[in-house]
Design a protein around this ligand. Structure first.
Ligand SMILES: NC(=O)c1ccc[n+]([C@@H]2O[C@H](COP(=O)([O-])OP(=O)(O)OC[C@H]3O[C@@H](n4cnc5c(N)ncnc54)[C@H](OP(=O)(O)O)[C@@H]3O)[C@@H](O)[C@H]2O)c1
Length: 310
């Protein structure tokens, strides 16, 4: 068969390090000039960050509890991890796309704390939950942004949630300049206290039982004075936060790959272990950005009232 006419070339498969890392993340759409009402964190970025991310970043702060924004990268078909063991991080999803790493670092740099579930920590061999670790070339820019925001700590606190307290030493970020709080159950705390622990790691027991009610975790973060928390998942912890009506915004990078799923490869999707619809949170779009073939979406969520959840 002869094909005539022009047809856009099909993109080659993408692998980490092979993408066209084109800058900046450009703004395709954002709401009118009205800033969020009430107290906000953020504003116009310093020049060097603005050169990479062409929109202001302002996040409304709540007074009743910390504002929680989630950050994920997913494939077009909603997969966030290729396998539970092995190649299971966001890098395989984004193709190691540098602008996505930059946005992750920017959100961390804006926050008081980064919240992660223990399986995400265990899935990562070397990750540190700091702005500079997400995007080392922007370390100075992130530090300047934190100073501009009046944040005194050099990095946000890493908060790891675990019921079991199961970990190996490599699973706790080792940089002594970053405070780590492991939030756990009483039995998890007993287990963790038997292991060697660095001085920058605190263990906080939030009570007996097999897990901690998500409201308790958020109340703990509130009591610690955190105003803005970035939740980096994974999907199980994210699902719990959503079910509890605790997620205020989602920053979602859509990577232009279709991963697929089968019975033999149970890949995680964005939300796991909870059924939300029909009493689902709905999003209101707050920004559409793009870099190369990746889309950067920002949604503000509104949650159903508790009586609708019954
Ligand atoms: N693409 C992305 O943007 C992205 C982002 C984040 C993560 N990921 C991937 O997602 C995968 C991990 O996600 P996941 O959904 O399996 O797990 P997860 O949410 O990271 O962690 C779940 C674990 O957190 C602890 N936990 C959660 N809720 C708790 C509660 N209420 N009380 C006490 N402990 C609680 C438990 O730890 P214990 O088991 O220790 O009791 C639980 O097993 C990894 O492969 C990671 O790389 C991808």
């Amino acid at each position: 068969m002869t094909v005539t006419g022009t047809r856009p070339a099909v993109a080659e498969p993408r692998h980490a390090g092979r993408l066209d890392q084109r800058w900046p993340v450009e703004s395709l759409w954002r709401p009118g000039v009205e800033p969020p009402a009430g107290e906000i964190r953020g504003g116009v970025l310093p020049l060097d960050l603005r050169a990479r991310y062409a929109a202001p970043l302002a996040i409304a702060l709540r007074s009743d509890r910390p504002t929680i924004v989630a950050n994920f990268v997913s494939t077009l078909d909603g997969v966030v991890a290729l396998d539970r063991i092995g190649a299971s991080g966001g890098c395989e999803i984004s193709g190691g796309f540098e602008p996505d790493r930059f946005v992750m670092g920017l959100l961390r740099a804006t926050a008081d704390a980064v919240l992660v579930g223990a399986r995400t920590v265990r899935a990562s061999r070397t990750h540190g939950w700091t702005p500079a670790h997400a995007h080392p070339p922007s370390a100075r820019g992130y530090a300047a942004w934190r100073r501009q925001l009046g944040l005194t700590a050099a990095s946000p606190v890493t908060v790891i949630v675990t019921a079991s307290g199961s970990r190996e030493p490599r699973h706790v970020p080792m940089d002594p300049g970053t405070s780590v709080i492991v939030v756990t159950t009483e039995s998890g705390a007993r287990r963790l206290r038997r292991l060697p622990r660095a001085g920058h790691v605190e263990i906080a027991s939030l009570g007996e039982g097999d897990s901690i009610a998500v409201g308790r975790i958020v109340a703990f973060l509130h009591a610690r004075g955190f105003r803005l928390v970035v939740s980096e998942g994974g999907p199980a912890l994210f699902g719990e936060l959503l079910a509890g009506g605790m997620v205020d915004e989602v920053f979602l990078t859509l990577a232009p790959q279709l991963a697929g799923r089968s019975a033999a490869s149970a890949r995680l999707s964005l939300v796991e272990d909870v059924s939300l619809a029909p009493a689902a949170p709905w999003g209101r779009i707050q920004g559409v950005m793009r870099s190369n073939d990746h889309l950067f979406l920002r949604y503000e969520l509104s949650h159903p009232h508790r009586e609708d959840l019954s």
